[in-house]
Design a protein around this ligand. Structure first.
Ligand code: PMM
Length: 291
C-alpha cells in the first residue's frame, strides 16, 4: 500500500486511522454475491473473491469493500448466516495480506465478525437504520463508519424517491443520522458521509447530488461516493431505442463521474474497476495542485 504523504493538499479531507494520500482515495468493490447488478456472480466463490480483492489492491485500491448482500433496486435480503458465510473468509484473507478492508453490511452480527476477521471500516448503507445495534458496535470498535443516506430496503426503495429539494433533504437526513449515531457513542471524527447514489433516488436526484457535493461537504465530514456502473449512467448512455447501456459498459462514464467527484473534494470513490479510476483521481490531484 502507498505511504502517507507528508504534505497533503490542505483542501483534502481525511479520516483518522486511514492512510492519507494527496488525492481522493479509491475503494475497490468485492461483491461476494450471486446477484449484484453490476458484477453479480463473478466473485461469488471465496477464492475468486479473494483473488479479485488482491487484484484490486495490486491495481492501486486504497481500500477494498467486501459485501455479501446485493442491494440493487428490487433485491430481496439474504440471511445473516449466509452473509457471514460469504464475507468472513474473504475479509480474513485480504486483511491477513495487510489490505485495508471495509465491510459493506447492514447487520451488526456481520460487522462484528468482519471486524474480528480484520476489517477496519464499517460501510453501513442504512446509516444505522436497518440494525439499531450497529452504531453501538461501531462506537465500541472505534473504527471509521460510513453513514449512507438511505430510506428503506431495496425491494421497494424506489417508491421513496420523492423529494421537493433532494439536496436539502439528503443533507438533513444525513445530519439526523450523524446525530443519532453520535448519540450512540460513535466518535464524530470517524464518520464518513455518503449521499447514497441510486438509493431511493431517480437519475435526476443522482445528478443533482453529484452536482452539489459542496453542500454535502458542508456537513463537515469526508464524503464517500459510489456511482460506479449505476443505473443512471446506463440511462444516460441508452441506445437510440432506449435500451440502457449494460453495467459492464459503463466504465468510462464511471471514470467521468469519479473526476467530477474528486474535483469537488470527495474523500473517496467506490468503484468496480480500480485502475482507470486511480488514473482519474491522480489527474484531478495534479489539476488541483496547479490551481
Ligand atoms: N452502493 C452499493 C453498495 N454499497 N456502499 C456505499 N457506501 N455507497 C453506495 O452507494 C453503495 C454501497 C451498490 O452497488 P454495487 O451493487 O455495485 O456494490
Amino acid at each position: 500500500m502507498a505511504q502517507p504523504v507528508t504534505n497533503p493538499d490542505r483542501d483534502l479531507d481525511w479520516v483518522r486511522g486511514i492512510p492519507q494520500q494527496n488525492r481522493c482515495l479509491v475503494m475497490g468493490v468485492v461483491n461476494v454475491t450471486p446477484d449484484s447488478f453490476s458484477d453479480g456472480g463473478l466473485w461469488f466463490d471465496s477464492d475468486a473473491a479473494i483473488k479479485h480483492g488482491r487484484d484490486l489492491i495490486a491495481e492501486g485500491a486504497d481500500i477494498v469493500d467486501v459485501g455479501g448482500e446485493s442491494t440493487r433496486p428490487g433485491a430481496q435480503r439474504v440471511s445473516g448466516e449466509e452473509e457471514l458465510r460469504r464475507v468472513v473468509p474473504v475479509i480474513a484473507a485480504l486483511a491477513a495480506d495487510g489490505a485495508l478492508v471495509s465491510v459493506d453490511t447492514m447487520r451488526v452480527e456481520v460487522a462484528e465478525a468482519a471486524l474480528e476477521a480484520g476489517a477496519r471500516i464499517v460501510n453501513d448503507i442504512s446509516g444505522g437504520l436497518a440494525d439499531p445495534a450497529m452504531p453501538r458496535l461501531v462506537a465500541g470498535a472505534k473504527v471509521p463508519y460510513v453513514v449512507m443516506h438511505w430510506r428503506g430496503h431495496s425491494h421497494d426503495m424506489q417508491t421513496r424517491a420523492v423529494y421537493t429539494d433532494v439536496i436539502g433533504e439528503v443533507c438533513d437526513e444525513l445530519r439526523q443520522r450523524m446525530d443519532a449515531v453520535v448519540a450512540e457513542g460513535v466518535d464524530p471524527e470517524l464518520i464518513i458521509v455518503d449521499p447514497g447514489i441510486g438509493f431511493a433516488k431517480t437519475a435526476e436526484h443522482n445528478w443533482a447530488l453529484l452536482a452539489h457535493l459542496d453542500r454535502i461537504r458542508a456537513l463537515g465530514r469526508p464524503i464517500l461516493l459510489a456511482t460506479s456502473r449505476k443505473t443512471f449512467l446506463g440511462r444516460l448512455l441508452a441506445a437510440p431505442d432506449g435500451t440502457p447501456r449494460p453495467p459492464m459498459e459503463r466504465g468510462d462514464a464511471t471514470v467521468a463521474t469519479t473526476t467530477l467527484a474528486a474535483a469537488q473534494g470527495a474523500w473517496c470513490i467506490r468503484v468496480h474497476e480500480v485502475l482507470p479510476n486511480v488514473d482519474a483521481v491522480r489527474v484531478v490531484a495534479a489539476w488541483r495542485a496547479a490551481r
